[in-house]
Design a protein around this ligand. Structure first.
Ligand code: OSB
Ligand code: MG
Length: 372
């Protein structure tokens, strides 16, 4: 089966979040989401979602920079490459430095297209083997500790296997202590989104008392050396998120001892090829990985589910039910989570969920077609 790409369609939709999501770097109330569709000459197409957010606060990318990179750089490179398979996209776009969320939006769409052409579910096409994946939740900063405890209670009652809360300086140990007091046994972790420095080491050491599964991205993304220093001083495993943008980062982090766990995000690493490579490498080094989230719509969520079926994804991911984010998702059926906190990857072809084109069209705020 040979790919014969014809065009890329970019659409921006606006989707209000059910509840605002707050992290150490800011608050999001509505998502601007780029839905990518890649068509081949037979008329077949695949869907991807570009996970670049509204603002350059998580990393350097935004939906607007990603749009420009795809239209002006990724499309011409793809066109010149005369690809025959999805596995070649990563290499074809390698000349573009960084901008991995932009590249990932297109790369993942081509994987979906290829899986559809092969008549297979994407997760099987990628080589996934897990027929049930473990689901956790990421809970943003709340107005009060009481509200946070209410949210934790609700998510535990829904069956989620791991609770992660956002922390930032001034709102950290007290939040963890409050949750631990009420729930001494649950799998609990924290995510700092780079809000601390080594000067905060005494405070970070205090988190060791609470038996956390991990502390995610405590320090600045480029600083693998200080993460290694910190990991030597604390017992809580460090998990890297923002720091890991490609296979090389994972190798460096593991060699330096900068972390004991890695969060893999499909967009942040540029798509399925790089994500698969990283989880494979981590698995060989005994480093557990899990699938992170970027408040995706159903399209991105479906790709996250497919990726999570790979054998290296051994810890619960931030892949949770559509209904936690949206009044109505853009896929059908929406993603649901079982009472024991699991998601079953779908058996339909490609991403395996029906994409609700009518709903997407009703939400579109911008579009562009690019010939390949
Ligand atoms: O750091 O994992 C993160 C959301 C936006 C940006 C960064 C992060 C997050 C989350 C939410 O934690 C994960 C999700 O539920 O999609
Ligand atoms: Mg994170």
């Amino acid at each position: 089966m040979n790919l014969n790409l014809e065009r890329i369609e970019l659409r921006e939709i606006e989707l209000p979040l059910k509840y605002p999501f707050e992290t150490s770097f800011g608050r999001t109330t509505r998502r601007r989401i780029m839905i990518v569709r890649v068509f081949d000459r037979s008329g077949a197409f695949g869907y991807g979602e570009c996970t670049a957010p509204e603002d350059p606060f998580f990393n350097h990318e935004t939906i607007d920079t990603a749009w420009q990179i795809i239209a002006e750089y990724a499309a011409p490179l793809l066109s010149a490459a005369h690809l025959t398979s999805a596995a070649e996209v990563n290499e074809a776009l390698a000349r573009i430095r960084g901008n991995r969320m932009a590249k990932g939006g297109v790369e993942t769409a081509i994987w979906d297209l290829e899986a559809r052409l092969a008549g297979k579910p994407l997760w099987r096409h990628l080589g996934g083997t897990q027929t049930e994946i473990a689901s956790g939740v990421s809970i943003g900063l709340q107005e009060t500790t009481a509200l946070l405890l209410e949210k934790v209670e609700r998510e535990l009652a829904a069956g989620y296997q791991r609770i992660k809360i956002k922390i930032k300086p001034g709102r950290d140990v007290d939040l963890v202590a409050a949750i631990r007091e009420r729930y001494p046994q649950i799998r609990l972790s924290v995510d700092a989104n780079s809000a601390y420095t080594l000067a905060d080491i005494d405070l970070l050491k205090r988190l060791d008392e609470y038996n956390l599964m991990m502390i995610e991205q405590p320090l600045t993304p480029g600083d693998l050396v200080d993460h290694a220093k910190l990991q030597r001083e604390i017992n809580t495993p460090i998990c890297l998120d923002e720091s890991i943008t490609m296979m090389m980062d994972a190798r460096h982090a593991i060699e330096l001892g900068s972390c004991r766990i890695i969060n893999i995000k499909l967009g942040r690493v540029g798509g399925h090829t790089e994500a698969r490579r990283i989880q494979d490498f981590c698995q060989n080094r005994g480093i557990p990985t899990w699938c992170g989230g970027m408040l995706e719509s159903g399209v991105g969520r479906a790709h996250n589910i497919a990726m999570s079926t790979l054998a290296g994804f051994t810890l619960p991911g931030d892949v949770s039910a559509s209904a936690r984010y949206w009044e109505e998702d853009i896929i059908e059926p929406p993603v649901t989570v079982s009472a024991r906190g699991t998601i079953t990857p779908p058996e339909g072809v490609g991403i395996g969920y029906e994409v609700n084109e009518a709903r997407i069209e009703s939400l579109v705020t911008r579009r562009q077609e690019i010939k390949l």
